[in-house]
Write a protein that binds this ligand. Structure first.
Ligand code: ZN
Length: 180
């Protein structure tokens, strides 16, 4: 994927989040993850600062802890993903953050459904990255089901704010199912 395409996709997600759901922290981390710019152990080792290419703290698998491992291959992250997929009722491929955005963009879903799923994707990336940081810097272990619950809570709250809009009415059955 070219840089321009990533920027276009992220700008679209940016607009989605800005216009409707206001998860600016999530948007920022998603933006970095889509460009593989988060400071993973792998990147820091390549930059000559800090870490060796050591184990992922979420699943304790031997390294390298990089974007592909954290958001695609990590067994801990996969558990978050599968919990979300069951709730969303749609299959989203387990691929790099930018490719997920592309997948959503190419789907023939109504706009609100695309926005909701893009926001869920951003929240997933954000909470996985936060769990990784909490484990490393605070020694706090987060369990995957609590992340799924947090994402559901946040996204349901935002859906309820926009449930009466014209866009929402186009896929009202889907949105109501997410809120129940
Ligand atoms: Zn892992």
């Amino acid at each position: 994927m070219t840089k321009r395409t990533v920027e276009t996709l992220c700008r679209e997600v940016d607009n989605m989040v800005n216009n409707l759901l206001h998860l600016s922290r999530h948007r920022f981390v998603l933006w970095l993850a889509a460009q593989k710019k988060l400071l993973t152990k792998d990147r820091m080792a390549d930059m000559g600062i800090g870490y060796d290419k050591a184990a992922c703290v979420l699943c304790d698998q031997d390294g390298p802890e990089d974007h592909t491992h954290l958001f695609v291959d990590c067994e801990w992250s996969k558990a978050v993903w599968s919990g979300i997929e069951q709730w969303l009722g749609v299959q989203v491929p387990q691929v790099e953050a930018n490719m997920v955005l592309q997948f959503i963009q190419n789907k023939h879903w109504c706009r609100m459904k695309k926005e909701v799923i893009a926001v869920v994707h951003g929240a997933r990336i954000y909470f996985i990255w936060q769990a990784r940081n909490w484990k490393i810097f605070k020694g706090i272990t987060v369990n995957t089901s609590s992340i799924v619950q947090q994402i559901q809570f946040i996204v349901r709250g935002r859906i309820e704010m926009f449930i009466d809009t014209k866009q929402a009415r186009k896929c009202i059955g889907y949105l109501e199912a997410l809120c129940n």
